[in-house]
Write a protein that binds this ligand. Sequence first.
Ligand code: ADP
Length: 293
Amino acid sequence: MELLIRNLSKTYSNGVKALQDVSLTIQPGMFGLLGPNGAGKSTLMRTLATLQEPDSGEVFLGQINLLTQKDEIRRTLGYLPQEFGVYPRVSAEMLLDHLAVLKGITDKGERKTLVEALLNRTNLWQHRKKNLGGYSGGMRQRFGIAQALIASPKLIIVDEPTAGLDPAERNRFHNLLSELGENAVVILSTHIVDDVKELCTDMAIINGGKILMNGHPLQAIDQLKGRVWRKRVPKDELEAYKQNFNVISDKMVAGQPLIHVLSESQPDATFDAVEPELENVYFSHILGIKTHA
Ligand code: ADP
């Protein structure tokens, strides 16, 4: 079942254009929506989760009209929001059971089997009696996945999931997420390039409410082959380099700026060729630098 987003726009009452004519076709699997803070990601995620209305546009999940058939969509939707507010004095087992009732699973036996399966799948079985207030960040995120999976969703929305997770928790979370993509459209919204690089077969870059790029991460990286160059530059010359070259990133390495430049040919003999990475794709689009030859 594919997700079809057509010409979605949203302007908030303060005049901010959070979505501007956004169109995307998303197949089952993991789709990465990558953009800096304020790009419009959460606005799009909340719209897809039926929590807010766009001003115009259409969204279909298979035959279901997401904007008009909200009840039908909600039955097949899993949403893992940025801030997962939990009830601190309730155990994971009890809250999952309660949420399953809300999703319409009224049979007690069926619920028990489902809740057990979800707790096992997210590795929370041994913590099932513990109050959620005592969970670590990683455990909370895994609980978020467990609740998003009630009712075997066909559309799963995951908003900025790995902020604040340590590397081991992040790995575990990634493994869980990639299992989900086998049967559903999973949209992962993030500002972390590596999350998309590691998980997603398809992606879009959004900024200022507009889709700047939509495609396969590996193909996008391939398009930059032979066109990314790097050089260590003196700190006080950094600005001049930015004026004169297509600088797509600068970071400090051992106290000195290392710049990456996008150029069809070697800018001069002092630049070294580098293998492009998804981060280079991301910054070229965010900075509005032409990436096609
Ligand atoms: P992201 O999730 O990529 O950080 P958001 O969708 O949260 O982006 O925000 C997009 C833009 O819309 C930002 O400029 C933000 O300040 C603005 N915005 C978000 N929510 C509201 C709101 N409820 N009212 C007014 N402006 C908002």
